[in-house]
Design a protein around this ligand. Structure first.
Ligand code: THG
Length: 269
């Protein structure tokens, strides 16, 4: 599983405060801790008011890149902001995200044309987030076809089918699985991603529900997850699931992580 560390996000109160107080050490610590916990990419989301979003993102990106070598996942709802800050990334990473809303593809795809950058593609459009599988698949087709015009192959696209809250839509997980299967049958090399926390919105014991979502999603072939790798229960769920799915030879990662007197977890790819 490709882990996209979610903790540098201005919607989290501690991060919001660090941004306001220009607390570099706080951000640096989050970058180091997530990297040491096994993150392959670090999501960077400013979530400030629009006037200062770009400068805040650049500030965050510089701190993170001075602290760790982990590639970035640049997270903004505004494609013009991504376009502006892109040049401050020191190595190729992930763009979060394009969708069929507005001119997102037309702005972002040319920026990553001819690079090794990958992109998260949300299955939503100007009508909003679809609740059915068919519309998700149709939007994916358009996003992939538009990408091809800029030589962006399906292998560089992580489709995020935007899982709904299970408490609002009883078929949320089942629709996610069906979307993943249909999208992968159309484009075998495409990647599927998801945040882990939306599914449990409005439920008690959210973290337990999120962990079980991760297990099922990994089982059906989700490629990447936007998650908190520093959350021990979530990371343990991931290691146990990888072992159960035969992706951890001799259960070495799992054993190294949790047998007494052993060093901490090694990365799971
Ligand atoms: N898809 C895509 N991008 C996304 C999301 C998605 N970006 C934003 C969001 N969803 C994913 N990021 C977060 C960041 C923080 C939290 C949830 C989602 C969060 N964090 C708590 C904290 O750090 O305090 C608790 C974390 C924990 O312990 O599990 O809630 O869906 N493409």
């Amino acid at each position: 599983m490709i882990i996209i560390g979610e903790k540098i996000n201005g919607t989290i109160p501690g991060v919001k405060k660090a941004i306001q107080e220009k607390d570099e050490a706080y951000i640096r610590d989050l970058a180091i801790r997530q990297t040491e916990a096994g993150a392959h990419y670090l999501d960077i989301c400013a979530s400030t008011k629009p006037e200062i979003e770009a400068e805040t993102l650049v500030w965050l990106m510089n701190i993170v890149q001075d602290a760790v070598d982990t590639p970035l996942c640049i997270d903004s709802p505004n494609p013009r902001v991504i376009e502006q800050v892109f040049k401050y990334a020191k190595k190729p990473g992930l763009i979060n995200s394009v969708s069929e809303e507005g001119e997102k593809c037309e702005i972002i795809y040319p920026v990553i044309q001819g690079t090794d950058w990958q992109v998260i593609a949300l299955t939503c459009d100007n009508r909003g987030i679809p609740s059915d599988v068919q519309t998700r698949v149709e939007i994916t087709k358009v996003l992939v076809e538009k990408a091809a015009k800029y030589d962006i192959t399906p292998g560089r696209i992580h489709v995020d089918p935007l899982v709904m809250a299970l408490s609002a839509d009883n078929r949320s997980l089942l629709n996610f699985v069906e979307s993943l299967n249909t999208i992968k049958s159309l484009y075998p090399t495409i990647k599927v991603t998801s945040g882990l926390s939306n599914i449990s919105f409005g439920m008690p014991l959210r973290k337990i529900v999120n962990q079980h979502f991760l297990t099922i999603a990994a089982f059906v072939g989700m490629d990447s997850a936007i998650m908190d790798p520093c959350n021990r229960d979530m990371y343990t769920t991931l290691l146990a699931t990888e072992a159960l799915l035969g992706r951890d030879r001799f259960c070495r990662n799992f054993s190294n992580a949790y047998r007494k007197n052993k060093i901490g977890p090694v990365r799971v790819d």
